[in-house]
Design a protein around this ligand. Structure first.
Ligand code: SRM
Ligand code: SF4
Length: 578
């Protein structure tokens, strides 16, 4: 076991106010129960809203209506966003139908498939929250820890190509998600009417009895785990606080390489914040995965920054303490050492579309869902189509990390039936859209996200219509170039891992980034600041035309812009800004 070279310490400083809220919340209860019953406002207090996140939800307002409501002297159009915890993104057809029904009854009539493989609903009014939560619970799902300073929904490669390994890896991902949940009964009391046990402990921050792993203050910040099965890096393993990379030898899962310290959020103009990629520190056996996760989480609990939230993610803890020191501390806490890293290779971080045949004669269909939004429009009845498919489907749905959905485990007999529905509703044939669009991703942004500085999900499709003209003019229609857009630098659509990316700065203005690796192993670099559509198209016109003419055989766009000196390679998050 390596020795820790320095004494590990958490940064000193006055704790952020969120620490007070957690401390005073009595294990995430706060006054949420009362707030949700109060009928004078459709909103809740800021303190309760902070706690709501731990329950998978938070209060938003419809930003499209903000000005108008202000003029009319009305309170903002308050509504809640709700995120489901769906380990590995697997939903049964019955669960799909429940989500569809709840979104129609209580939400805004759409579902959002998120970049972390789960469902979000928007537009739920306060008075409908409890019914919605109970509906989700009755369908054997929950929203516990879907947001908040805890471990979030655990991602897992939904790989239909290696179905036999997928099943096993998925079970580990699910176990992590379940076993790392907070132990407080707050969620059950507030939303499911469970009686509060008499004498529920009031908070003593030094006492970890009610929350053995998290403690009463939970983590300094959100924490994310992903599990990848090479060669697919669709879960963007290097963006995770903690990543497990499955190692398969002779068709058997022998264990996982362990990667720590990734995360993508940052703030414009603040170089103390930066995206960072996780680094691989060794290998563990499958049955050791939980202990590794548990101890890594306790290291972040003990040494993460509780004073400055924007520097509180585990990536900053690792960079501050040093990778080797964190590894040594982990091994110390485990009482054993990680083995040498095993070899692995990734080849892309996107999805593969259409029908593929997996094991046991089962078929899987990956459907491109633009911006992850399941909605019926006049010309494209996606929500209805998937509802009908769920009505006859006997396999499962797998939500992907690229905001798409796989209609998975379809028997040969059922395949024709499902394919008839795919054709009846004219669901997007991935062959007929450009490789660029197939590889696109956009975060929610406006109108629901309170942090958005610019549009993303509502704008990227029309921007791609225009980029497609450049793509076609240069014979690049089938080139799978990853393109990602977010409304702000929090980076929910993982933009710093896009070969082309746009991060919102102001309405209609974006910073443009280039040069991430196609397999998700290198961050991109800022190329232009604060530009609008005309300039974006002008820049891409030149770049894509040179790429078409000058690229080397098999060279990806992200590599091309680096080789030809358009941008410098970002070799580590710490040089992202230079
Ligand atoms: Fe995110 C906050 C949406 C994936 C980094 N994210 C938010 C909030 C809750 C806004 C807020 O706090 O006020 C957004 C809700 C908008 C809305 O109206 O729904 C939001 N994040 C999303 C989703 C829905 C984007 C999507 O279009 O799919 C994704 C939900 C994932 C899930 O199912 O759990 C989503 N968020 C991500 C990712 C990507 C990932 O995890 O793979 C990131 C970057 C990776 C990372 O965490 O480093 C991400 N979200 C953030 C951050 C910045 C965190 C940081 O380290 O600085 C925030 C802001 C914050 O935490 O203060 C944020
Ligand atoms: Fe909102 Fe910013 Fe996340 Fe987009 S990246 S969903 S705008 S917080």
């Amino acid at each position: 076991m390596a020795d820790s070279k320095v004494e590990l310490k958490a940064p000193e400083g006055k704790p952020d106010d969120v620490e007070r809220i957690k401390r005073e919340s009595n294990y995430l209860r706060g006054s949420l129960k009362e707030s949700m019953l109060e009928r004078i406002s459709a909103g809740i207090s800021d303190d309760d809203n902070r706690l709501m996140k731990f329950h998978g939800s938070y209060l938003q307002d419809d930003r499209d209506l903000r000005l108008e409501r202000l003029k009319q002297k009305l309170e903002p159009a308050y509504q809640f966003m709700l995120r489901v915890r769906l380990p590995g993104g697997i939903s049964t057809p019955e669960q799909w139908l429940v989500m569809d029904d709840l979104a129609t009854k209580y939400g805004n009539g759409t579902l959002k498939l998120t970049t972390r493989m789960t469902f979000q609903m928007h537009g739920i009014l306060k008075w409908n929250m409890k019914n919605t939560m109970q509906g989700i619970n009755n369908a054997l799902m929950d929203t516990i820890a879907a947001c908040g300073d805890v471990n979030r929904n655990v991602m897992c490669n939904p790989n239909p190509y290696q179905s036999e390994i997928h099943g096993e890896v998925y079970e580990w991902a699910k176990k992590l998600s379940d076993d790392l949940l907070p132990k407080t009964r707050a969620y059950h009391e507030i939303w499911l009417d469970e009686e509060q046990v008499a004498g529920t402990p009031q908070v003593d921050p030094n006492e970890h009895e009610a929350e053995p792993m998290y403690g009463a203050l939970y983590l300094p910040r959100k924490f994310k785990i992903g599990v990848a099965i090479p060669p697919s890096n669709d879960v963007d393993i290097y963006s995770q606080d903690l990543g497990f990379i499955a190692v398969v030898e002779n068709d058997k899962l022998v264990g996982f390489n362990v990667a720590i310290g990734g995360g993508l959020g940052m703030s414009h103009g603040d170089e103390s914040t930066y995206p960072q990629l996780a680094k691989v520190i060794g290998f563990c056996k499958p049955e050791q995965i939980y202990d590794v996760a548990y101890q890594i989480i306790t290291i972040q609990r003990d040494y993460g920054n509780r004073s400055v939230r924007k520097n509180a993610r585990f990536k900053y803890t690792v960079d501050r303490l040093g990778l080797e020191n964190v590894k040594a501390e982990l091994e110390n806490r485990l009482g054993w050492s990680l083995e040498e890293t095993r070899e692995f290779t990734f080849d892309n971080n996107g999805d593969r579309y259409g029908w593929v045949k997996g094991v046991k004669g089962k078929w899987h269909f990956t459907l491109f869902v633009e911006g992850g939004r399941i909605v019926d429009t006049e010309n494209y009845k996606l929500m209805t189509a998937l509802r009908e498919i769920a009505g006859i489907h006997k396999g499962d749905f797998r939500l992907t990390a690229n905001q798409n959905v796989i209609i998975a485990n379809v028997s040969s007999q059922k395949k024709k039936h499902i394919n008839d529905l795919i054709e009846k509703y004219g669901l997007i044939d991935s062959e007929k859209i450009s490789g660029l669009r197939r590889s696109s991703m956009a975060c929610v942004a406006l109108p629901t996200c309170g942090l958005a500085m610019a549009e993303a999900e509502r704008y990227l499709p029309t921007l791609i219509d225009k980029i497609d003209e450049i793509v076609d003019a240069n014979g690049l229609r089938n080139e799978e170039i990853t393109i990602r857009m977010t409304g702000c630098p929090n980076s929910c659509g993982r933009p710093s891992l896009g070969e082309i990316a746009f991060i919102g700065k102001a309405p209609g203005k974006y910073n443009m980034y280039l040069g991430a690796a196609h397999d998700g192993s290198r961050l991109n670099k800022m190329y232009r600041e604060n530009i609008g559509e005309a300039e974006i198209l002008r820049e891409l016109g030149g770049l894509l035309s040179s790429y078409a003419k000058e690229r080397e055989n098999g060279e990806h766009f992200g590599d091309f812009v680096i080789r030809t000196g358009v941008v410098k390679a970002t070799t580590d998050g710490t040089n992202f800004h230079s």
